[in-house]
Design a protein around this ligand. Structure first.
Ligand code: FAD
Length: 707
């Protein structure tokens, strides 16, 4: 074998499933030198996870590919709850509830297979890494972050002595390039209804935009097969799924329920007389178990069945479930028993699987804030609430911007501690939710109120409705930390680390100034109008995931002279040479490229212009003039009504307030509109002073920052 010269990267990602791709996507936006490797020979083409929660769609939209998922997916609007009629025992539709709680997001839950989602990521990563120049010159193909398939890490070394040195590469990984044969997992080919059926990694029905990649990949794997190389990295994300190699190297454990539930999953085009087959359904039969129906894109329907019957000796006098006995026929036979008197069969089977999962959470998510775990390798649970892929992507969504801002020298390393303190708690909540929900889903329906062992369908419906808020991803509420200014212990529940940062710099939020907003939660969205051209925008559409922090000044009624004066004073401070906008930003960059300044006022649009705002609110560019995209107004639109943003955010329309948003749209701080000092202290808590860095090298003129 050849030994290639070692290479140095800022970020190495192991695993190119949803979590790894989300991380690579962030790196591509932020222009960070990155490699991403996966032992599999190809991406996923069908099967596995399919549900996209509304929060995930908001995130996709912030990366500008939400519309692709929205268009291609099947939209699920209603859940039908089917259970036995208490008198006759015959299956009836007992209730209906909305699939997504109305008005919690501008999106509703949809389903689309994981392969398409990976495709959207790959396209975005390619386009952005070339644009930002991640791995080479801006605009050149060499700059592209490409998923390297058929690559297996074989050893891991970590030099703890340099873990706190920002310039060091403490991680060394040996990589082996596999042959195509090694990189192709064996297919569980099964004959079902006369078809040879794939178990997930099947290439016959490629989407047209997957075909070219697939051909190129084969060639590139063959070219490098057998080589080894050493890679040195500053940071690493293990996103290598439930059986994680990275987790093993770190010696971390998954802790929790030892019971491993087995799920049979079937993607079919059903032929049936069941009236709600195009609705999401939870069907509890009297005594044959339960099935979850998920209507999918392209006429497909997914059936989830939890298989609990033990059928072989476990070798110690007990019984266990033998997974090898599961076939598409056994899964559909279970569905037929549960759904009778309705009939269901299929001629077309797209994918099937039977997979086993425990309800477990990793005991640690990070080694010295240099190596991180994310996705299935630090939480496993059942698939029925469609959480796995969403929570996995959201782990990396939480981590990506933090790592990028540290690598780029914008933020101090302690912000990385908030990854574990924020995401481990979410994983624990998820497991608890899953535990509760699994019991209710799998249990036999109660025959009457005296039947204590059975599950009451009212309790099930109540749990489903409450669970929907959690499952939407909107309920995520990050605790107090160096980047979330709110009350709370600020301790990581795992290792007890303090994530509050320097006591002198801590600031408090005044949540009463915006009663519709909650510090720690994501910014909700209502329509506002652009001041310059009257176009309505959902507020979230202004919050693209670019890696920038945002100060949003709800300027109130700027026609009121006292309020206008407050705005002007704030403008002077923000526009001054010593402003945090400037000291947080590298001297060569535009002053709002690290912290963007957005505003929304409540005076009548037609009586106001952008020139009523201090200059700092409308950045000037020598070639392009004023930036018209930063100032908005809460007013009536011509065609889309009035968003009532101030009312919905609970902000006083005269006095206003200011809000600091993290690059992932979570609310960090709420305060008085003109409380510049608190904003400055907040950023001092974790941002690096770029003037100090610039003193070490000659300053580059900032042509775009000032008129
Ligand atoms: P994964 O998607 O597992 O991605 C991990 C990646 O790492 C893979 O590409 C893998 O090839 C790569 N990898 C693994 N080990 C190494 C290594 N040593 N070196 C390099 N690369 C490595 N969820 C649902 O919601 N509904 C479902 O029906 C459903 N069905 C599933 C069926 C199966 C067979 C599986 C495996 C998962 C299923 N899931 C389902 C779960 C869902 O797919 C995951 O929650 C989600 O994909 C997690 O994303 P991830 O990126 O963390 O991990």
């Amino acid at each position: 074998m050849d030994a290639d010269a070692g290479s140095h990267v800022d970020v190495l990602i192991i695993g190119a499933g949803p979590a790894g791709l989300m991380m690579a996507n962030w790196m591509s936006r932020c222009g960070v030198k990155t490699r991403i490797v996966d032992k599999r020979g190809t991406k996923i083409f069908n099967g596995q996870a399919d549900g996209l929660q509304c929060r995930t769609l908001e995130i996709f939209d912030s990366f500008s590919f939400g519309h692709r998922a929205w268009l291609e997916s099947n939209h699920m609007l209603e859940i039908c709850l089917w259970n036995p009629d208490p008198k006759t025992g015959v299956l009836i539709r007992g209730d209906r509830i909305p699939d997504t709680i109305p008005n919690i997001s501008r999106f509703q839950q949809v389903v689309l297979h994981q392969g398409r989602i990976e495709r959207f990521f790959l396209d975005a990563i390619r386009e952005n890494s070339i644009k930002t120049g991640c791995n080479g010159k801006v605009g050149s193909r060499d700059a592209e972050i490409k998923v390297e398939h058929g690559v297996l890490p074989t050893s891991f070394e970590f030099d703890e002595s340099v873990a706190e040195d920002e310039d060091a590469y403490p991680i060394t990984i040996q990589l082996r390039h596999l042959t195509e044969e090694e990189a192709t997992p064996p297919q569980k080919a099964t004959m079902a209804n006369g078809q040879g059926i794939q178990d997930g990694i099947f290439r016959s029905n490629l989407s047209s935009d997957d075909t070219e990649d697939s051909i190129n990949l084969s060639n590139s794997i063959a070219e490098k097969a057998g080589r080894t190389e050493a890679v040195k990295a500053k940071y690493m994300l293990g996103a290598d799924g439930a059986r994680s190699w990275v987790r093993q190297q770190l010696g971390f454990q998954l802790e929790g329920e030892s019971t491993d539930y087995i799920w049979g999953v079937l993607d079919i085009i059903p032929i049936t007389d069941f009236p709600d087959i195009r609705m999401r359904c939870a069907i509890h039969s009297e005594s044959s178990g339960s099935v979850m129906v998920i209507p999918r894109e392209n006429k497909l329907v997914r059936l989830y069945i939890q298989l609990t019957t033990t059928n072989v000796d476990d070798g110690s006098g007990g019984k266990k479930f033998d997974r090898s006995t599961i076939t598409p026929e056994t899964i559909i036979a279970s569905a037929q028993r549960i759904m009778q008197p309705y009939k269901i069969e299929y001629r077309y089977l797209d994918w099937w699987t039977a997979y086993q999962i425990g309800q477990r959470v990793g005991n640690s998510f990070s080694l010295k804030e240099r190596v991180f775990l994310g996705g299935d390798n630090c939480h496993t649970h059942s698939p029925k609430a469609g959480q796995g892929m969403n929570v996995s992507m959201q782990d990396a969504y939480n981590l990506g911007w933090k790592v990028a801002s540290v690598v780029k020298g914008h933020a101090k390393r302690p912000i990385l501690k908030t990854y574990q303190s924020e995401r481990r708690r979410i994983a624990q909540d998820l497991i608890e939710f899953d535990h509760r929900f699994s019991r209710l889903f799998s249990g036999r329906p109660a025959k009457d109120v005296m039947d204590e062992e059975g599950i009451s369908m009212d309790v099930f419906k109540d749990a489903f409705e409450k669970g929907n808020m959690f499952a939407s991803g909107i309920a995520v509420d990050y605790g107090a930390s160096i980047i979330v200014a709110k009350g709370g212990s600020g301790k990581d529940q795992g290792d007890g680390t303090d994530v509050l940062g320097d006591e002198q710099l801590r600031v408090e939020s005044s949540e009463g100034l915006a009663t519709g907003l909650e510090v720690g939660k994501r910014m909700p969205s209502f329509k506002v109008l652009n001041q310059a051209d009257a176009r309505p925008w959902h507020f979230q559409e202004l919050l693209k995931s670019t890696g920038s922090w945002r100060v949003v000044v709800f300027a109130g009624n700027i026609r009121d002279p006292a309020q206008k004066k407050r705005l002007d004073t704030l403008g002077d401070k923000l526009g001054s040479e010593g402003s945090f906008l400037r000291w947080c930003t590298p001297t060569e960059a535009r002053y709002d490229s690290v912290i963007e300044l957005l505003s929304c006022h409540s005076a009548p649009r037609q009586e106001t212009t952008i020139f009523d705002f201090p200059e700092v609110f409308r950045p000037w560019d020598e070639r392009e003039g004023w930036d018209y995209g930063k100032i908005h107004v809460d007013d009536e639109s011509y065609h889309e009504g009035h968003g009532q943003a101030y009312k919905n955010y609970g902000i006083d329309p005269t006095r206003g307030c200011s809000v600091i948003l993290r690059p992932d749209q979570y609310i960090s701080w709420i305060g008085e509109m003109d409380d510049y000092e608190s904003m400055n202290s907040f950023f001092q808590g974790f941002m690096l002073d770029q003037r100090a860095r610039a003193n070490a090298k000659p300053a580059v003129a900032n042509g775009a920052s000032k008129k």
